[in-house]
Design a protein around this ligand. Structure first.
Ligand code: SF4
Length: 201
């Protein structure tokens, strides 16, 4: 019979199950922190995530379709959130001069203010990570990157801008290498969200 990670009998015998449960706890922490930030601004969690995303990414990525992939949601759900953000004058539309049916979103001054403050919503998770040793951080990052890559490969999550899915990424003599930056990448330098990322075919 298939074993559930949440079945305590098996969980306490299996490290993989305890890691799954630990990740679930951490995702709960993100959910609560994001929810608190949203409530403060009378917005929904996804509306806050959209504002933060626009704040840190180039305009060609700030489109409904791209945001839907980024947050694993339908275009209709993202469009609903965008409508609210437009009505609250937190974002504006910039029509693509080449394709007038397409537009990207940018922040208004008020949207910028909220996004800037909200972007710190996960700081209380970063603080305890700072207390880990460099070795622990490296092992943790490496394990998480591999997990994210596998989940991406099996279609469970989208992760569009990490080194492992980039056409510039290469392995040379067993070391990670970036053909764009022309440099080796240490395990701790592998990026999750790179502005230069180019999707590999
Ligand atoms: S361009 Fe960015 S994502 Fe691509 S391999 Fe280099 S560092 Fe990684």
């Amino acid at each position: 019979m298939k074993h559930s990670s949440f079945n305590l009998n098996g969980q306490n015998q299996k490290i993989e199950s305890r890691i799954v449960v630990a990740l679930e706890r951490i995702s709960e922490a993100f959910r609560v922190l994001l929810w608190n930030e949203s409530k403060e601004n009378s917005l929904s969690p996804i509306q806050i995530q959209i504002l933060i995303f626009i704040h840190f990414h180039a305009s060609e990525k700030c489109k409904v379709g791209y945001l839907a992939d980024e947050f694993n949601m339908t275009k209709a759900t993202i469009s609903d959130s965008v409508r609210v953000l437009l009505a609250k004058e937190l974002v504006t539309k910039e029509t693509d001069p080449i394709d007038t049916r397409s537009y990207s979103l940018s922040l208004t001054d008020e949207g910028e203010k909220i996004a800037k403050k909200a972007s710190f919503f996960a700081s209380s998770i970063e603080q305890p990570i700072e207390n880990l040793t460099q070795e622990q951080k490296k092992i943790m990052l490496n394990g998480l990157l591999k997990l994210i890559y596998d989940l991406n490969k099996s279609g469970i999550i989208t992760m569009q801008r990490m080194c492992f899915t980039c056409s510039f990424y290469n392995v040379k003599n067993g070391t990670h290498y970036c053909n764009l930056l022309k440099t080796k990448l240490a395990e701790s330098e592998i990026r999750l969200d790179c502005p230069e990322h180019q999707i590999s075919a």
